[in-house]
Ligand binder design. Structure first.
Ligand code: SF4
Length: 60
């Protein structure tokens, strides 16, 4: 997959994701899906990017 076109509207620093433009800390997807793993989210840590895909060759 080679869809690495910077989306100016979505900043992201998750360099382990295959959709991340590592050099610029932006996402390359036109649309991302955000969710939560909590019943009652109260802080940013409660939310997740469900569009995350582990970069191949990354993270061991
Ligand atoms: S898909 Fe989610 S985790 Fe991956 S670069 Fe985009 S915003 Fe970041």
């Amino acid at each position: 997959m080679n869809d690495h076109k910077k989306n100016d509207h979505v900043k992201c620093s998750v360099s382990q994701c295959q959709h991340n433009l590592v050099s610029e800390n932006y996402c390359s997807l036109d649309c991302i899906s955000i969710g939560t793993h909590e019943d009652n989210p109260t802080v940013p840590e409660c939310t997740d990017c469900n569009s995350f895909v582990k970069r191949s060759g990354c993270c061991g």
